[in-house]
Ligand binder design. Structure first.
Ligand code: PMP
Length: 364
């Protein structure tokens, strides 16, 4: 190496926006009651696990996966009843699809707009793909502020608008009429992120045929397949065909394709688990209402946001008691003293409520 060579450091080489980012935090949850990440707490029935074991044993993992994942896409199409005029794009989790959309439109000065508080990856991905990010605050009760969104769209002309439906981390469904008005006024694409649709009984997929600038995204993660990493985007053939060019050819593995397709054939099992989670959400909400000084928010997802005095301390006390939830206290001004708990099994929910009561008791 010549002495004039300057060895690159991260600081000298990386883009400033990358240097300024904080990596998405994933806390160590070993041995904890894990209620921080909106996972489905249930394993599959034993007989189905054995069928999957046999499938995996015979899988051709020496070969690349089917790049088009034709069978899996056909199964998804059948389960959601997708009209022939619409197409599907698959992602390695829906996070990858958010990134792909951002990469597709990231011209200099292109803007991604979302509402706040919402899913943090919208902002993160906008930042690391070099897009401008605009976050329009929700109202105090976490509803869409339509005049503010319309004004921000007028001003920033966003290429992408992301709306989480139901919203993470607040758990509520925005008014579909208001979303329709946003879609009508948007100068670019509107992506409705239905990560939690299984717990909501509401979807904007029927609106897809009315609005060519609408795309709907879903994930299998909250349905019991977080470990498989599979998400999908539905929209018009014209949009999906262009976006396909950016999808890395083998982004959905052989094993993911096989197992997801198998599970879609047993959709009833997944739906039963989601029904159980919805029932337990009612139980958890009512128990939270009954805990002194706690204010839970009504949720259409598999988690509940709640406000409590001394949220940081309560979060740490819960951790000491082996219960991991999500601390959102410093995430956004509208989330001061807010924590978010995922609906777990009935036993986990009991353990959480017990630990919460003890923790609150410490500070009163
Ligand atoms: N969208 C929303 C609203 C989410 O909350 C999440 C996960 N927390 C995702 C997308 C990403 O899910 P995945 O990458 O597991 O599909």
């Amino acid at each position: 190496m010549s002495s004039t060579n300057i060895v690159a450091t991260p600081e000298s080489l990386l883009r400033q926006e990358v240097l300024d980012l904080k990596a998405y935090p994933v806390p160590n949850s070993a041995g904890m009651v894990k209620l921080d990440a909106m996972e489905n707490p249930y394993l599959l029935p034993q007989s189905l696990r054995e069928e999957i074991a046999r499938l995996v044993a015979d899988a051709a993992i020496n070969r690349y996966p089917d790049a088009d994942a034709q069978q899996l896409k056909a199964s998804i199409r059948a389960v959601i009843g997708l009209p022939q005029s619409l197409d599907i794009l698959l992602g390695n989790g829906s996070d990858e699809i958010i990134q792909l959309l951002a990469l597709a439109v990231a011209k200099p000065d292109a803007t991604l707009l979302s509402v706040e508080p919402s899913f943090v990856m919208y902002r993160m991905i906008a930042t690391f793909t070099g897009m401008q990010y605009v976050g329009v605050p929700l109202t105090e009760d976490f509803a869409l502020n339509l005049p503010a969104v319309l004004a921000a769209m007028q001003h920033h002309r966003p290429a992408l608008v992301f709306l989480s439906y139901p919203n993470n981390p607040t758990g509520n469904l925005f008014d579909a009429e208001v979303i329709a008005q946003i879609i009508e006024a948007a100068p670019g694409l509107v992506i409705v992120d239905e990560a939690y649709y299984a717990f909501a009984n509401a979807s904007l997929i029927p609106m897809l045929t009315c609005y060519p600038n609408l795309l709907v995204m879903r994930t299998f993660s909250k349905l019991g397949m977080a470990g498989l990493r599979l998400g999908f985007l539905v929209g018009s053939k014209a949009w999906i065909a262009q976006l396909e060019k950016l999808r890395l050819p083998y982004n959905v593995s052989v094993l993911t394709q096989l197992v997801a397709e198998k599970l879609l054939r047993h959709h009833d099992v997944l739906l039963l688990q989601s029904e159980q989670i919805k029932q337990d959400r009612v139980w958890l909400y009512e128990r939270l209402v009954g805990v002194a000084d706690v204010r839970p928010y009504v949720s259409n997802a598999n988690f509940i946001l709640f406000r409590v005095m001394h949220a940081d301390k309560i979060f740490n006390e819960l951790k000491k008691r082996g219960v991991l939830i999500k601390n959102l206290n410093k995430a956004h001004p509208l989330l001061v003293d807010c924590l978010r708990v995922t609906v777990g099994t009935p036993l986990e929910n009991e353990q959480f409520i017990q630990a919460l009561q003890e923790s609150i008791h410490q500070f009163n």
